[in-house]
Design a protein around this ligand. Sequence first.
Ligand SMILES: Nc1ncnc2c1ncn2[C@@H]1O[C@H](COP(=O)(O)OP(=O)(O)OP(=O)(O)O)[C@@H](O)[C@H]1O
Ligand SMILES: [Mg+2]
Length: 112
Amino acid sequence: MKWLVAVIKPFTLEDVRQALADAGVRGMTVGEVRGCGRERGDTELYRGAGYAVDFLPKLRIEVAVADDRVERAIEAICEAAHTGKAGDGKLFVLPLEHVVRARTREVDADAL
Ligand SMILES: Nc1ncnc2c1ncn2[C@@H]1O[C@H](COP(=O)(O)OP(=O)(O)OP(=O)(O)O)[C@@H](O)[C@H]1O
Ligand SMILES: [Mg+2]
């Protein structure tokens, strides 16, 4: 299993959610965050303040995915989040050790 963390533009959320559902991934956690990507250096230079940074509103999606769905999920997120402009987002893929569904005590892939 993998833990996918995707930071995306907020207005793409519904497309991303739908794309993940189409890829067989349903549960997810979404949080409002602020972030900056590699434009940071340019922003700093432009503002001339040395360390000032523009943090833009983003959404962080976290989703646990069974191994056989990881590639589909990544593809789904990338396609739905894509506008072609800077700041479309980034995915981080982490190993996921264990999952438990509280209601049934099902574990791992059965709990997703
Ligand atoms: N190295 C990183 N570590 C943690 N979070 C990051 C990192 N890079 C990007 N992010 C998060 O992802 C968001 C979107 O990043 P963004 O798409 O701007 O990446 P980028 O590398 O600048 O690519 P692009 O050139 O397409 O803009 C950032 O606002 C930040 O929240
Ligand atoms: Mg960027």
